[in-house]
Design a protein around this ligand. Structure first.
Ligand code: HEM
Length: 369
């Protein structure tokens, strides 16, 4: 398939093939494995250049990947995530109280689905709440495939500058946050470079909110479009965890994730991928693979086959999976618990897809309570 900017890659759209490839040691994420990149053939103005070269665990393999992932993984153990539950519940409650004060229909994405994960990841990283909106606009530009190359590069620079200033402030005044822990790892035994430090913060910030924002939005949208399924949850016949898992499959918050590269020739479903060629994990398509999920286009909270790949698989499996599930389940349970009559707002235009081929959701979701 051709990506924005004319770059050609192999898109993997079948469940079993993707599952195999994500765990195949002959496939890596370091862009130096990619012929186009190594040979300088990647257009200088390619809008996704920053995305696929950001220094951090998503573009690292083997030992480098284990080192970078290991630095932040202690913050995401099941115990540490469970400790966040009261804080997530309080934030959810505050946001739901705030929406009650809005007059008439409101955009659930902007007023609820966005601020919850942003505030949680912002607090984990020790960011000042006043910086959140600017960081969100910049990160949106980076994950959008519709931004021009100049805008994407400027957003990347803006993010590095802003997060760099957070690092400088934390060096002066350490806190109890992930940024301070990363600074300590750098200064104590030089376990990561300065650019990897800021790159890791950038990755945590983007992965920590752009995704869960889409998951909450997509789940509410699916439930409102399938009232009989919502009824099953409100009557206690299925749990909120089932809503989260079925939404992940049915409407994957990460539509596609660029990029991986074949380090050796690999055959997939009768097709030969040559060494140095690029591979795209097409998570949204895989969730609708009829060969794997019977009646894949049906949003069905009672389906038997619930395991999906929408949080990745293999060494790069989503580090924040537990946090994302906890945030989404809390958000949905509290939202529909407080507003069981939640409905799509009438008289508003149909939701428009995000202008991104990475993030998969809608720009706005107008509802009434
Ligand atoms: C609904 C929410 C989320 C979804 C759908 C999601 C999805 C994914 C997927 C598909 C990958 C694998 C990407 C690839 O290599 O192909 C991934 C990796 C990752 N995710 Fe998530 N994610 C979510 C939430 C989060 C949260 C809340 C955090 C952090 C706070 C997070 C942090 C990460 C990190 C750090 C990686 C890279 C892991 C590595 O390269 O080793 N994610 N995520």
């Amino acid at each position: 398939m051709e990506l924005p900017g004319g770059v050609v890659v192999w898109a993997i759209t079948h469940h079993d093939a993707l599952q195999r490839l994500l765990a195949d040691p002959r496939i890596g994420k370091d862009p130096r494995l990619w012929n186009e990149f190594r040979e300088g053939r990647l257009p200088a103005d390619w809008p996704l250049r920053s995305f696929v070269t950001v220094p951090g665990m998503v573009t690292a393999d083997g030992e480098d990947h284990r080192r970078l992932r290991g630095l932040v993984s202690q913050a995401f153990t099941p115990r540490r995530i469970a400790e966040l539950q009261p804080r997530i519940e309080r934030l959810t409650d505050e946001l739901l109280t705030a929406v009650a004060g809005l007059q008439g229909p409101f955009d659930l994405r902007a007023h609820f689905a966005y601020p919850l994960p942003m505030q949680v990841i912002g607090e984990l990283l020790g960011l000042d709440p006043s910086q959140q909106d600017e960081l969100h606009v910049l990160s949106d530009t980076l994950v959008s495939s519709s931004a021009t190359a100049e805008r994407a590069a400027a957003a990347n620079q803006g993010l590095f500058a802003l997060l760099g200033s957070v690092v400088a402030a934390k060096r002066e005044q350490p806190g109890e946050d992930l940024t301070t822990a990363l600074i300590a790892a750098r200064e104590a035994d030089d376990r990561l470079t300065e650019i990897e430090l800021v790159g890791t913060m950038l990755l945590m910030l983007i992965a920590g909110h752009e995704t869960t924002l889409n998951l909450i939005t997509n789940a509410v949208r699916a439930l409102l479009a399938h009232p009989e399924q919502l009824r099953l949850v409100l009557d206690g016949e299925v749990g909120w965890a089932a809503v989260v898992e079925e939404t992940l499959r049915y409407d994957s918050p990460v539509g596609q994730f660029p990029l991986r590269y074949a380090a050796e020739p690999i055959e997939v479903g009768g097709v030969l991928i040559r060494a140095g060629e690029a591979i795209l994990a097409s998570y949204a398509a895989v969730g609708r693979d009829e060969g794997h999920y019977p009646e894949a286009d049906r949003f069905d909270l009672t389906r038997a086959q619930t395991r999906h790949l929408s949080l990745g698989h293999g060494p790069h499996f989503c580090l924040g999976a537990g946090l994302a599930r906890l945030e989404a389940e809390t958000a949905l349970r509290e939202l529909f618990g407080r507003y069981p009559g939640l409905a799509l707002a009438e008289g508003k235009p149909a939701p428009v897809p995000l202008p991104s081929f990475i993030g998969n959701s809608v720009r706005q979701l107008y509802v009434t309570v």
